[in-house]
Design a protein around this ligand. Sequence first.
Ligand code: DQA
Length: 147
Amino acid sequence: MSKQIFVLNGPNLNLLGTREPDIYGHTTLAELKAMCESRAKSRGLEIFFEQSNSEAQILDWIHQAIDGADGIIINPAAFTHTSVAILDALNNVKSPIIELHISNPHKRESFRHVSYVTAAATGLIAGLGVNGYVVAIDAMADMLAAK
Ligand code: DQA
């Protein structure tokens, strides 16, 4: 049976493509989803790719991943900098977690320099644009193959 990874995206990422394109680029969320599906397929992984503006929904998906996913790639977006609840949820996940940011938050405003999520993450990818998702899927596939 092939392994399944969750790729979870937080608030405002539904606006990708038109949202501050100088920071986040021109790729839409639908295009990003297609990119991720194609890379996951080529690496033999099943993928559950979702975005929500609701913290509660993201928490529910993380809870679903506790028993239902072999790995999580998560771009918590602004919740990165605010959400103890997402950290607490991720602390229940035994499989690898990659925290991902399209931009490099450390080059930006100081409130973006704090991540509540990093403490639960196996690894962190930031500043590579949407290509970071492809890098994350490859890294996740390599980690899962090595298990
Ligand atoms: C982001 C960085 C966050 O600071 C910001 O709030 C986002 C997106 C990124 O992908 O670069 O919404 O997570």
